[in-house]
Design a protein around this ligand. Structure first.
Ligand code: MN3
Length: 239
């Protein structure tokens, strides 16, 4: 290989590695945060749509700040903490299984990193409404009707005191709704309720305050218009 070809080839390889580390979900559409090895540093997954794509239900400014400031900060702080604490490369679910053994920064920043990475994909433009297929059947099996599920999930979201998330999880083969404070998630050993995440919903004020101020009920209603049921079903099938 002559010198010019060598430089060109290595530059391309470098650019490829950079792209892969920056946008793993774009590079690998089937990539799963839950099941795949994630060598550190954990990348912030690319937002799968434009900031304004969920308008009028979720406003553009909120999406921009939520993704580019809040989630970016959790990602940076999580990776810095992993490096500082010399936590070895492992799957994120294995890190969460040992949350109680690590400093609280792993629980808080790691949860913030993972929960938002999951959350973005669970919303989409031209989505919402009632699910079909296997997720619909499972919801009806476990909650009676979709309307009852929606009512229970909305109530759980309205009832979170302070900051937290509502989760739909698969536990012992059954769907269950639970809410957890701060950035805790049901993969963590410190969580009182454990299971595989199927759907999650961020009810921190930063997720809705710009548009809805204190009116969380409006934000909950808006969320049902953007739920990406295809992705929810995908999470159920691989849980
Ligand atoms: Mn948030």
């Amino acid at each position: 290989m002559d010198k010019r070809t060598f430089i060109k080839t290595t530059a391309l390889a470098g650019a490829g590695a950079f792209l892969l580390s920056k946008n793993p979900l774009q590079a690998f559409p089937n990539h799963s945060l839950l099941n795949d090895l994630n060598p550190q540093p954990f990348p912030q997954p690319a937002l799968p749509y434009a900031y304004n794509a969920l308008e009028p239900h979720i406003d553009s400014k909120t999406m921009e700040i939520h993704y580019s400031k809040h989630h970016a900060a959790y990602t940076k702080n999580f990776n810095e903490a992993l490096a500082n604490l010399k936590i070895p490369d492992s799957r994120i679910e294995d890190i969460f299984k040992n949350t109680s053994k690590y400093a609280a920064v792993i629980r808080n920043q790691g949860g913030g990193y993972y929960n938002h990475s999951l959350f973005w994909e669970l919303m989409a433009p031209n989505a919402g409404g009632e699910p079909t297929g296997e997720i619909s059947a499972k919801i009806i099996q476990n909650f009676g009707t979709f309307a009852k599920f929606k009512e229970d999930f909305s109530k759980a979201a309205a009832s979170v005191f302070g900051s937290g998330w509502v989760w739909l999880i698969l536990k012992d083969g059954k769907l269950e709704i639970t809410s957890l404070p701060n950035q805790d998630n049901p993969l963590m050993d410190i969580s009182p309720v454990k299971g595989k995440p199927v759907l999650c919903f961020d009810v921190w004020e930063h997720a809705y305050y710009l548009k809805h101020q204190n009116r969380r009920a409006e934000y909950i209603e808006a969320f049902w218009n953007v739920v990406n049921w295809k992705k929810v079903e995908g999470n159920l099938l691989k849980a």
